[in-house]
Write a protein of this length. Structure first.
Length: 293
């Protein structure tokens, strides 16, 4: 006798996808970093996403130079510098030169979890099936305060000093035109010295300070382009900023030299006796005629 057959599935469906990745999530309470989906799923180089994730995992104050990143990753300087440029162009990485209280100009690096200048859209609360957000967006999204709640207190001066807001970026239109021309003309002396508008705006105040110290434009160009290394480990603007860091001494004042007195040239006269021509202040006889007389 034939065995009975059943058309029912062997087990009930659990809702898991039949293909593709299946996430096995673990709730972490410490030592984890939250990354926005826009950055983690960014199309392009995997090195760029890896460098961004590594920088986000570091505490504030960590060194994120090309040398420090090359010491951590297996990739070389070319891929690391290319990744930093892509993050800078996308708005995640911002480098700014600031003058400290001691007068030294230093480069500060700001890294944003969302592109700088963009606000993350907030989905409506009444949408039942909204797309899943990243953990960082969910944790940072604060609930809107109700009318009954008191307003949040303003940050104290100590908190503002501990976490200062980044200064506004410099504008190229406000820079010294002569300094802009000097920086833009550097590529004529060296084809590698190609600067962007933001880099020219950051370097122009230092060039203006050199001009105020009495240096001529051709002298500044020669000092910035002489003895450059055969290969740059960073952007050319970093090399130029390092050379412009030390402000030259002003030229000493030129000592005053009084004008020399010019000798008076006497006019020609004709001797009354021998009619010889000689120089004298007024008509008279020559010396020989005066001695004979």
């Amino acid at each position: 006798m034939a065995q009975p057959q059943s058309n029912a599935p062997s087990r009930a469906g659990t809702g898991a996808p039949t293909s593709g990745v299946i996430h096995v999530r673990t709730r972490l309470t410490a030592n984890f970093t939250v990354i926005a989906n826009a950055l983690a799923q960014r199309r392009g180089s995997a090195v760029t996403v890896g460098v961004a994730a590594y920088i986000l995992s570091l505490p504030d104050g960590s060194i994120v130079s090309i040398a420090a990143l090359c010491a951590h990753f297996d990739e070389g300087e070319i891929l690391i510098s290319r990744a930093l440029r892509e993050l800078e162009a996308a708005g995640y990485l911002v480098r700014r030169r600031e003058r400290g209280p001691d007068g030294q100009v230093r480069t500060r690096t700001f890294f944003y979890d969302v592109p700088h200048g963009e606000e993350q859209p907030t989905p409506p609360s009444n949408t039942p099936n909204r797309p899943a957000q990243s953990r960082k967006s969910a944790e940072r999204a604060a609930p809107a305060p109700s009318p009954a709640e008191p307003p949040s207190p303003s940050p104290s001066p100590e908190a503002e000093a501990a976490h200062p807001s980044p200064p506004p970026p410099l504008q190229l239109d406000d820079a010294d035109p002569q300094a802009v021309v000097i920086l833009a003309s550097l590529r004529i002396a060296d084809r590698r010295l190609i600067l962007s508008r933001r880099e020219v705006a950051e370097l122009a105040p230092h060039v203006s300070e050199w001009l105020a110290r009495g240096l001529r434009p051709e002298e500044i160009t020669g000092l910035l382009t002489a003895g450059l290394p055969p290969h740059f480990r960073s952007r050319p603007a970093r090399v130029l900023a390092h050379r412009l860091r030390e402000v030259p001494l002003p030229a000493p004042p030129t000592p005053y030299t009084p004008p020399t007195q010019r000798s008076v040239v006497l006019p020609w006269q004709t001797c009354d006796g021998c009619e010889r021509a000689f120089r004298a202040p007024e008509p008279s006889s020559c010396r020989d005629c005066r001695e004979a007389a």
